[in-house]
Each structure stands twice: as structure tokens, then as C-alpha cells.
Design a protein around this ligand. Structure first.
Ligand code: AMP
Ligand code: GLY
Length: 415
């Protein structure tokens, strides 16, 4: 079978690697891919959002399965277009992807269908929003309604911070259109529950935990994710069962009822609060860097899983019982501005998986070409061992302009 994967980051590298192990897969194309992915797939220079070009490519190359990585491709309607042309594609339609692309859609759906989440109100008017914040308690959470590449959420500790964020989101139209969801601030450990979903059917992957802040101790600005691990000791079987029945399955069924059944990966960004597990956000795709620690544990054929889920059949999905932990190497300065083009050495010495997030090839060597550059993932029988192994392996990568966190996984032992 010929398969096309849309995307370019570490998530896509992990998807491509897992697909490359499938006995059914003859050839993988990746659009646009990256320097690391190029070792496993033929990279084609088509942008994730160039949906017509992607369709032409899939048709002329007899692609039998297309897998969508990033949300921008979903929002650009790639799934709708492929389906309208009778092509098999793994991912939600634009309408179903609203669970990620519109905070208001997601919150209204959860409220209507009794899915536990933070209390909220939606505003378009600056004065009304400010009055609501003033009447409530601090900290408060302000979420821009629309895709904002992880930068649309502000946790305001003071009234001044809240006012500035509301100004950005509603008056200065810094992000595009002005609408904001104001949410109750919740506390507790966060975790990600990714599930394969088709209509009412929901199949969980191992739970994982991202580390969104740039520096050790969860300090510094929010990023796309600086590391992740699986085998979370603080999530019990009861927690998982609760999250599956009250959150993931309920939401999948709600989407069917609302006339936009979900097909693809539904990502629950969840928090274990004192009052139970609640939804922080939903995403309509694989998480990054969660995918890089989750997929290495899959022991079944992912190509078959994608095809079965896309075709509405029930898949066989199995996982090993190991722990995985991944540490992201990012360019100094990220998530702010950073320089590119630094040579990276030692990748071949790593005993583990190295997924490329933002690299390029120059004169036969890997060089940095993005904010997040690579993730080193190790697997072991226990989380402690995986953590120690990842720390030792990440040290083998030499580059003058990279940094990484030294505390990925520490939170697991604190709850
Ligand atoms: P989101 O983009 O919705 O995932 O938000 C980004 C991050 O902001 C989350 O990973 C949380 O750490 C934090 N956050 C979002 N909503 C809340 C909330 N209601 N209470 C506390 N923290 C939140
Ligand atoms: N790891 C967060 C995300 O994929 O959105």
C-alpha cells in the first residue's frame, strides 16, 4: 500500500516510523516532511494547507491511505476534499475539527452534553468581558476563540494582566477575529488521553503527560511542548475508566448527535482536580510531543488501525507495558526568536529514537531549522529507568545552539 502523511514535525516523524513497520506499507510519502523523515519516506514539497495540490498528488500516485498530522490541514478542509473525491483519509472533517479550532464550540458542546470542564463565559465585547473578570476571582483563564498556535491562552494572575490580554484578543485583533472564552482556573496534574475515534467508537492510547513551559520547574513561557512521558503513576485504572466514559465516549457520542461525527484522533487535554477529572481542551489530532512517546509502545499494525478506523471497522490495537520518556532539544531563544543553521552531531550514537522536529540537511549534516529541533525518546520497564536513559542519551547530541529541560518526568513522582 502507498501511504501519504501530511505534516513535518516530530509527530509526523513518529507516525511515519510506526507506519514503516507495517507489513502492508510499501511506500510512504510525507508532505512536506523534514530531514529526519526523509530517511524513511519520500518527502514531497507540498505545504500542509495546499489541499488541492495534496489531492492531486494522492490521486496521481494511487495513495490508498492519507494520514493528517497538523490541525492547520484539518482547518483547511483537507479531509472534506479527499472524502468528496472518494479517497481514504484518516482525520476529522472541518466541521468535526471545530472541537479544537473553536474554543466556544468545544465549551458549548461539553456544557450541553454534561462533559466535566471548567465553568466559562464567552465574550465579544471588551467592556463586558472586563466587567466579568472584575466580578470573578483571580487567577482567571482567557482563551482566544480560534487557532493561535498555542499562544491563545493567558492565565492572568492580576487584573492588569487580564485587561492587557483582553485588549490583545478583542480590541487590537492581534490574532484575527475577536472572541474570547473566560474560564474558571483549575488546579491539578494535567495529562493527555489520545483516542482513536470513529463515531461512537473510542479506542484509547496509553496516557501521557506533556511539559509545556520552556524551563525546568515549569518556569518560563509556554511552548509547543518540551518533553513527555507515558506510564503516569498518578492516573489509576478508575481514573482512566472515568475519563473514558464521562469524557471521551460521551464527547464522541455528542459529536454524532450534533451531526458532526468525529473520525480520527481525539485528544483530551485533561486535569485531575480535587473535584474529579475535567477537560482543559480538546484537540482534533495526535499531540506533539505526546505522539513521540505513545506510538513507540504500539505493538499492532498502525496501518491497519488507520484503515479500520477510517472505514468504520473495529481495529485491533495493542500496546506494550513499558514506560517511555522523551526530551525535546530546542534552539536557544525558543519560543522567542532564535537562530538557525547550527550543525548537530552525535544523532547516530543515540540508543533510542530520535524524531526530528525542525532540522535540515546541509552538506550532508543535520542543521537546526526550527524552534523545537529534535526529541530523544527512550523506553524502559519503569519510568525512572526511562528517565535516566533519556537523560544519558540526550547528552550524546552535540550542538552549540540547543537547550533542553532536565526535569522531564519529575512531576510523575510528586502527586
Ligand atoms: P490550552 O491551550 O487550552 O491547552 O491551554 C494551555 C495551558 O493553559 C494548559 O495546558 C493548562 O496548563 C493551562 N490552562 C488552560 N485552561 C486552564 C484552566 N481552566 N485552569 C488552569 N489552567 C488552564
Ligand atoms: N502537546 C500539546 C499539543 O499537541 O497540542
Amino acid at each position: 500500500m502507498k501511504v501519504l502523511v501530511i505534516g513535518s514535525g516530530g509527530r509526523c516523524h513518529a507516525i511515519v516510523e510506526t507506519l514503516s513497520k507495517s507489513p502492508q506499507v510499501d511506500k510512504i510519502f510525507c508532505a512536506p516532511g523534514n530531514a529526519g523523515i526523509a530517511a524513511l519516506a519520500e518527502c514531497v514539497a507540498i505545504k500542509e494547507t495546499a489541499v488541492e495540490s495534496l489531492l492531486d498528488f494522492a490521486k496521481s500516485n494511487n495513495i490508498e491511505l492519507t494520514v493528517v498530522g497538523p490541525e492547520v490541514a484539518l482547518e483547511a478542509g483537507v479531509v472534506d476534499l479527499f472524502k468528496a473525491n472518494g479517497l481514504r483519509i484518516f482525520g476529522p472533517t472541518k466541521s468535526a475539527a471545530r472541537i479544537e479550532t473553536s474554543k466556544q464550540f468545544a465549551k458549548d458542546l461539553m456544557k450541553k452534553h454534561d462533559v466535566p470542564t471548567a465553568a466559562y463565559a464567552t465574550f465579544e465585547d471588551f467592556d463586558a468581558a472586563l466587567a466579568y473578570v472584575k466580578a470573578g476571582s483571580l487567577p482567571t483563564v482567557l482563551k482566544y476563540d480560534g487557532l493561535a498556535a498555542g499562544k491563545g491562552v493567558v492565565i492572568a494572575e492580576t487584573l492588569e494582566q487580564a485587561e492587557e490580554a483582553l485588549r490583545d484578543m478583542l480590541l487590537d485583533s492581534k490574532f484575527g477575529k475577536g472572541k474570547v472564552v473566560i474560564e474558571e482556573y483549575l488546579e491539578g496534574p494535567e495529562f493527555s488521553l489520545l483516542c482513536f475515534v470513529n463515531g461512537h467508537n473510542v479506542y484509547p492510547m496509553p496516557v501521557s503527560q506533556d511539559h509545556k513551559r520552556a524551563y525546568d520547574g515549569d518556569k518560563g513561557p509556554n511552548t509547543g511542548g518540551m518533553g513527555a512521558y507515558t506510564a503516569l503513576p498518578f492516573i489509576t485504572d478508575e481514573d482512566l475508566e472515568y475519563a473514558m466514559s464521562n469524557i471521551m465516549r460521551r464527547t464522541a457520542s455528542a459529536m454524532v448527535e450534533e451531526g458532526c461525527p468525529f473520525c480520527g484522533v481525539l485528544y483530551g487535554g485533561l486535569m485531575k482536580t480535587k473535584n474529579g477529572i475535567k477537560v482543559i481542551e480538546f484537540n482534533a489530532r495526535f499531540g506533539d510531543p505526546e505522539t513521540e512517546v505513545v506510538l513507540p509502545r504500539m505493538t499492532s499494525d498502525i496501518c491497519q488501525v488507520f484503515c479500520n478506523v477510517a472505514d468504520g471497522k473495529s481495529p485491533t490495537i495493542t500496546w506494550d507495558d513499558q514506560a517511555t520518556l522523551g526530551i525535546v532539544l530546542a534552539s536557544k531563544g525558543y519560543p522567542g526568536s532564535y537562530e538557525k543553521g547550527y550543525v548537530i552531531e552525535g544523532v547516530e550514537n543515540v540508543d533510542g529514537s530520535v524524531y526530528h522536529m525542525g532540522t535540515a540537511l546541509k552538506d550532508g549534516k543535520y542543521v537546526t531549522s526550527g524552534g523545537r529541533v529534535m526529541i530523544v525518546v527512550c523506553k524502559a520497564p519503569t519510568l525512572r529507568e526511562a528517565q535516566q536513559k533519556a537523560a544519558a542519551e540526550v547528552a550524546k547530541i552535540k550542538c552549540d545552539n540547543l537547550f533542553h529541560r532536565n526535569d522531564i518526568g519529575d512531576k510523575a513522582f510528586k502527586f
